[in-house]
Design a protein around this ligand. Structure first.
Ligand SMILES: C[S@@+](CC[C@H](N)C(=O)[O-])C[C@H]1O[C@@H](n2cnc3c(N)ncnc32)[C@H](O)[C@@H]1O
Length: 273
């Protein structure tokens, strides 16, 4: 049976996002940290800085999370006026100048920005078409939107691991798929959704392989979905502990546990004609 991604309204539930999911940067940091074991390693903030080389003036990072991109932009491009924005108040507390704002209704005048970033966040948005209209509305002529997300094929081994572990806990062959965040806005779907507003969309695919010789980073990644624990249809902590045992078994047998990744960045310019 093919694993079906689980679409759940809680993925866009603003009160859950701003409390359990992103009330602090803890879970986001656990998810980001798995990539330190990826080969090749992709410097996402560095790619964004390079893409913004010709941009001047103000740049909003919408859904900026723990401010990883904001910090790098302020470091490398002190000439830009970087505006950090997010719906989750708590995650913004250490980011100077950050504003609580929803991408579906940005508190920014028409045509004000040289660029707008929406990185790994549009899958959390209820009305993606409205969000993309907002990204287009706030850009000055010639401005660009930089968006990122993951492929539907990203980290399949983790989805498989989860279903196997959930199956063990439930005493069945394969348990239910876990909630998949990027399934609501995949790298494959993104060009059509962004293409309703932007005339030119360039995708930068970022493939890689994560290899770990210790189960802990994988366990931390799975545990970072705690906000959605009661949506998984299986006892969450028990499933994670079973997943840890399965990863340990693979490492003992093969020396390594591998996860193939496929993320990507979409650079969007020009209004649709
Ligand atoms: C997976 S994190 C990505 C953070 C950061 N952009 C990065 O790539 O490291 C998603 C972020 O989007 C924020 N978010 C979710 N829905 C939003 C919305 N409608 N408007 C603005 N931010 C939103 C969340 O609070 C969270 O901080």
């Amino acid at each position: 049976m093919t694993a079906q991604p689980r679409h759940d309204h809680s993925v866009t539930d603003r009160s859950l996002l701003s409390s359990k999911a992103y009330g602090t940067g803890q879970h986001l940091a656990a998810r980001q940290s798995l990539y330190q074991w990826q080969t090749p390693s992709h410097d996402l903030p560095g790619i964004v800085v390079d893409e913004l080389a010709v941009v001047r003036g103000a740049v909003a990072d919408v859904g900026c999370g723990n401010g990883r991109f904001v910090a790098r932009l302020r470091e490398d491009r002190p000439d830009l006026n970087v505006l950090p924005m997010d719906v989750s108040h708590g995650i913004l507390c250490a980011i100077p100048g950050a504003v609580v704002a929803d991408v579906q209704q940005l508190p920014i005048a028409d045509g004000l920005l040289g660029a707008v970033l929406a990185l790994h966040m549009l899958y959390h948005v209820e009305d993606q078409a409205q969000a993309v209209r907002e990204l287009g509305r706030v850009l000055a002529p010639g401005g660009m939107a930089i968006v990122s997300t993951n492929s539907h094929a990203d980290k399949r081994e983790l989805e498989h691991l989860w279903r196997q572990a959930a199956g063990d806990v439930l005493g069945i062959q394969e348990g239910p798929a876990r909630v998949q965040l990027s399934a609501r806005f995949t790298l494959e779907d993104a060009p059509a959704i962004l293409g309703r507003v932007f005339g030119e969309i360039r995708t930068i695919p970022l493939p890689g392989v994560i290899e770990v010789t210790d189960a802990e980073p994988v366990v931390a990644h799975l545990a970072s979905y705690e906000a959605w624990a009661d949506k998984m249809g299986v006892p969450f902590l028990e499933t994670i502990e079973r997943a840890r045992e399965r990863v340990d078994e693979t490492i003992r047998a093969e020396g390594v546990f591998r996860v193939r990744c496929l993320g990507g960045i979409l650079v969007c310019k020009g209004p649709k004609q």
